[in-house]
Design a protein around this ligand. Sequence first.
Ligand code: NDP
Length: 490
Amino acid sequence: MSTLTFDSLNPATGDVVGSHPRHTAADVHEAVERAGEAARWWAALPPAERKRRLLDYKAVLTRHIRELARLIHDETGKPVGDATLEMVLVITHLDWAARHAQKVLGRRRVNPGTIGLNLAATLEYLPLGVVAVIGPWNYPAFTPMGSISYALAAGNAVVFKPSELTPGVGVRLAELFAESVPEQPVFQTVTGLGETGAALAADPRVKKVAFTGSTATAKRVMAACAENLTPLVAECGGKDAFIVDADADVAAAADACLWGALSNAGQTCAGVERVYVADAVYEPFMRELSGLAAKVKAGEDYGPITMPGQLDVIRRHIDDAVKSGRVVTGGSGAVRAPYVDPVIVEDVPEDSPAVREETFGPTITVRRVRDAQEALDLANASAYGLGGTVFSRDARRAAQLARRLRGGMTAINSIISFAGVPALPFGGEGESGFGRIHGADGLREFARAKAVTRQRFPMPGMNITSFRRGPADLERLVRLVTFLHGRRKR
Ligand code: NDP
């Protein structure tokens, strides 16, 4: 066991929040070994018993909501209110995963089709074994638990490596799980720096890695996974667009846009980064947006930048945007480490870093567009594709725009509302990653399909899969197939 430790710091004050072991590769491999046995035990429990334990864990987390929110606040700097909301999301997702696992994954009969008339066909989704979760610091409970809850509900054991900035939250989530499941280490947390995560991803006994973080690190994790053909679900952030259509409720749109951009100091993978506003409502929207932005204060309404290194990225994007665009709110002096004041810049060229790269700060670029179609074209011209927002009063039009907006999730006339619906899958495309957490897809992401066919009776006159098959058997099959599939439909 490693004797080296590292500290987690409060990013607002620099105070030490906690000290945690720097788990070595050997420590990680021991944790995975223990998890292997725990996985077998957990998978062998009746589904109803797993459900009972997970609902108990949910109750334990709920009873510790204030303590956990405080710890999230201490390690990330976000306001306690926002940390409390984060815990509410954790609880509702865990509840959904526990209650739906059996229905989504349990054995069911499927129609064997006409040619398989003599078969009984069943499908079920079995646990993978040990799942590794590598988590970020921006939502240190909600984001990893979006994988952990679903992986546990699907019958797997989990080894979790939290970000080095938020290890305390990760440790506490696993400690509290042991109150509901004391028999085996079904959910363990290992702490450390990047190399601890790297050792976890490279362990051949890990059957799936769920990673959230930067695209660059996702590629490194994927390369490590490739060695063992370990599958990966990767959630790598985005450059989400917010579209304001010509008929939108401008006041509601501005309010939602600002919260989507500034809450959590903009450190939200599906936060608003680019705004496209139809010409017809551009002026009233901007009046409303800048008026509201003037009242939002860094350090009061949202916290500091959690990862100090991110300040350089944010500063670079702001400086670049200010040079090429028109400042509406904030500007070059907005970065007052560890805080960043709200920044809104108009008419920043679409090929500039502030529009193309993930900023992960309380900043937005706004562009006037002819109409929603132009907004959609510009929004979709991104390497990322995670979430997005459409504001429009026309429900049909909004639904069409939402469907065509690049990314896995779109909110209409609301902001990031998809993340709060546990039945909906969450995940991206392109540089935003692949795979899905949450919902039925999120449960299946941590399971393997098992298909079984049972012959109920020999098919008379159609002995196909035998060397005793004669020409007449084949002829009957061809006639049946021609009857079933040979007619052309016009
Ligand atoms: P990283 O991608 O570097 O870190 C994410 C997680 O991966 C952390 O737990 C980290 O551990 C771990 N890790 C780092 N290196 C390895 C490795 N080689 N193998 C396995 N695991 C590893 O992101 P950062 O925290 O450095 O943030 C960088 C940028 O990523 C942000 O600025 C933002 O743009 C984006 N991001 C996106 C998030 C999202 O929600 N999609 C969340 C967080 C960041 P450790 O912290 O100990 O290094």
